[in-house]
Every structure is written in structure tokens, then in C-alpha cells.
Design a protein around this ligand. Structure first.
Ligand SMILES: Cc1cc2nc3c(=O)[nH]c(=O)nc-3n(C[C@H](O)[C@H](O)[C@H](O)COP(=O)(O)OP(=O)(O)OC[C@H]3O[C@@H](n4cnc5c(N)ncnc54)[C@H](O)[C@@H]3O)c2cc1C
Length: 325
């Protein structure tokens, strides 16, 4: 195993033309800021994941799987490893009837979606088929893979409530193994905005158990979620809730109570519409965002005695006690 430039060179030699060096990751994230990945392997298909596994084996480089970047903050100095995105091979949606043909209200239906599928699109597609259970996902602008990794949730539900199993490609697995394994949802340790999926595991697909119902009802629920989000959440460059809600309370309420709504640090500010959102100016700095996050966390701790946990994934920064990892 090698380190630093040697490691990047060793991985680059394995990846050849498939990977690019020093690619800014800001455009791959909803914050839109941050520095480059030392290497980027984009639009991966199954063969590319095998290639990535070989690159990791020879180099020991850290890996960052980038979904839709809607929960990611990459430091201005960048990510010194291999960033990976999934391509169209992992962007299909299939519905598998489990209870005979026809639409029997309440009958279970299984939907399998690739890790690169947009979660809001999955919500709309399943609702259009009259399938109930993922309407809330229209408000989570991530990928299916990112949603599984984060156990995304909202409006009283989460991934755990509907996920039956997932397929994980292990970039640390032996070259002789298949790489991809099927894992039952119960074995993924899905908990509030977390799971057992590691940084070296790529969620390539996920299966959800939905129920048949009325299409109009499903679509009305989708419209209501969209309306609620527009009313309560800011636009602009952000990555949703920065902090996880502490037990029985709301991070937004605490940040507001600490007088930090609208508080600014350089190019980053606490949203005046929703205090648990941080917005960053166009062309702004990821380090400003991180400094503001630390400041908010310290202020809430000092003033209110509550230790907030960062829900955003912070990448490329020095380790900090609040870092989401
Ligand atoms: C406006 C807005 C509203 C939001 N509202 C919600 C909400 O209501 N509820 C909620 O839970 N979240 C919310 N989020 C946060 C975010 O959308 C979710 O965390 C989402 O699940 C992240 O998915 P992603 O594909 O964007 O992942 P990314 O941001 O790209 O990555 C997040 C983490 O998942 C990992 N990852 C991504 N894809 C994969 C994969 N295929 N395999 C393995 N690991 C992977 C990354 O390495 C990283 O650790 C919101 C974000 C925004 C911008």
C-alpha cells in the first residue's frame, strides 16, 4: 500500500482513461462549493466498480461515493482520494408484483430501484402506479443509494419503514469474490439518518415493499409534500438539515432559540426561513460553511447545553467532534 501522490498515481494507473484527476466536486453537490477529488471515476457500471476495487486494493486510497450530493460538504482543499459516481446501469426501476396480477387494494408490491435512481423520481413513479409508501421521498433530493446509506426520512416515515433488502458492492472485497452482496434491510442497522453502510460499500440497488392503493390519493400526497417543502424550506444552495434533531426536540428550534437565525460567516449563512439549513453564496467557500456549522454547534452547546450532531457528511476536513464523517 502507498500513500499520498504515490497512492493516487497507483490508482490512476489501474483506472486509466476511465478516471480524471483533480476534478472539482462542488458541481456534484447541492452546496455547489468545495475542492477537487484527487481522482474521479464517473458514471460507473458494474465493470467500473470492479476496476475501482482493484484501484483501491493497489493504492489504499479512501473512497467517496457521490450520489446526488444533497448531503455532502467537501472541503475547499478537496478530497484526497477516489470519488465514484454511478451511471445508467444503476438507474433502472422495476416493479415486481408479489400478489398476482391486477390491482388489489392493499396488496403488497415490490419495487426495485438502482442506486443512482433519483429518490423524488422513484416517489413520483411509484405514486403514478398507485403504489403507496414512498410519497414522502419526493422531498428528499438524493439518490436511492444515498437514501439507504443515510436512512433518509421525512413526513413521519423513513427508508427503514419500506426497505426489504439492498445490494452492496464492496470495494474492499477480495478480487476473487463477486463484490456485490445482497443484504437484508434488517442487517443494515438502519437508524435515525444512519446505517451500517461503510465508505467502501456502494449501494447498487434497493428493494422496497409498497402497497397498492389509489393513484389519485398517492399523487395528492406527493403534491402536499411538495407544497409543505416550498412553504417551509429555503431554496438556494444548501444540503437540507445540517444537524440531526435531538431526541424530542428540533435542531432548528434550538438554533433559533440561540439567536442564530440569519447568522452569517463569510459566504455562509443560517437560513432565515429554516434555522437548521445553511446556505452558501454562489462561488462561496465550503470552509465558511464548516466554520459556521462549528459556530452554531458551539453556541447551542454553550447557551442551551445541547450537543448537536452534524447530519451533513463533511468530507476532506480535519476530524472534528461534530463531524458527520
Ligand atoms: C433541500 C433538501 C432537503 C432535504 N430533505 C431531507 C429530508 O427530508 N430527509 C432526509 O433524510 N434528508 C434530506 N436531505 C438530505 C439528503 O437529500 C439525503 O441525506 C439523501 O439521502 C442524500 O442522498 P444523496 O444521493 O444526495 O447522497 P450524497 O449527498 O451524495 O451522499 C451522502 C452520503 O451517502 C453516501 N452515498 C451516496 N450514494 C451512495 C451509494 N450509492 N452507495 C453508498 N453510499 C452512498 C455518500 O458517500 C455520503 O456518505 C435534504 C437535502 C436537501 C438539499
Amino acid at each position: 500500500m502507498t500513500t499520498g501522490d504515490d497512492a493516487v498515481g497507483a490508482a490512476a494507473a489501474v483506472l486509466g482513461d476511465r478516471a480524471r484527476r483533480d476534478v472539482p466536486l462542488g458541481p456534484f453537490t447541492t452546496y455547489g462549493v468545495g475542492g477537487p477529488a484527487a481522482l474521479l471515476l464517473e458514471q460507473c457500471g458494474p465493470a467500473d466498480l470492479q476496476l475501482a476495487r482493484r484501484a483501491v486494493a493497489v493504492s489504499g486510497l479512501p473512497v467517496l461515493v457521490v450520489g446526488r450530493g444533497s448531503n455532502l460538504l467537501v472541503a475547499d482543499r478537496g478530497f484526497p482520494g477516489l470519488a465514484v459516481t454511478l451511471g445508467p446501469d444503476f438507474a433502472t426501476i422495476a416493479t415486481i408484483a408479489t400478489d398476482g396480477p391486477g390491482v388489489v387494494p392493499g396488496a403488497p408490491q415490490v419495487v426495485r430501484a438502482g442506486g443512482a435512481v433519483s429518490f423524488p423520481i422513484l416517489a413520483r413513479r411509484t405514486a403514478a402506479l398507485g403504489l403507496r409508501g414512498l410519497e414522502w421521498a419526493v422531498g428528499v433530493p438524493g439518490s436511492v443509494g444515498g437514501a439507504v446509506r443515510m436512512n433518509a426520512g421525512g413526513h413521519g416515515s423513513d427508508v427503514r419503514a419500506r426497505l426489504t433488502r439492498a445490494w452492496l458492492f464492496d470495494l474492499a472485497a477480495e478480487a476473487s469474490s463477486a463484490g456485490e452482496v445482497e443484504v437484508a434491510a434488517g442487517d443494515l442497522a438502519l437508524d435515525y439518518r444512519r446505517s451500517a453502510v461503510t465508505t467502501l460499500q456502494v449501494v447498487t440497488a434497493a428493494e422496497f415493499a409498497l402497497t397498492t392503493g389509489d393513484r389519485a390519493d398517492a399523487e395528492a400526497e406527493i403534491a402536499e409534500v411538495v407544497r409543505w417543502r416550498r412553504e417551509h424550506q429555503p431554496g438556494g444552495a444548501n444540503a437540507g438539515s445540517v444537524f440531526a434533531n435531538p431526541d424530542g426536540d428540533s435542531a432548528g428550534r434550538l438554533i433559533d432559540a440561540a439567536g442564530l437565525r440569519g447568522h452569517r460567516r463569510g459566504s455562509a449563512s443560517v437560513s432565515s426561513k429554516h434555522a437548521n439549513f445553511v446556505q452558501v453564496d454562489e462561488g462561496g467557500s465550503a470552509d465558511d460553511v464548516q466554520t459556521l456549522i462549528e459556530e452554531v454547534r458551539n453556541t447551542v452547546q454553550t447557551q442551551l447545553g445541547v450537543d448537536l450532531t452534524v447530519e451533513n457528511r463533511l468530507v476532506g476536513f480535519d476530524p472534528s467532534p461534530s463531524s458527520g464523517g
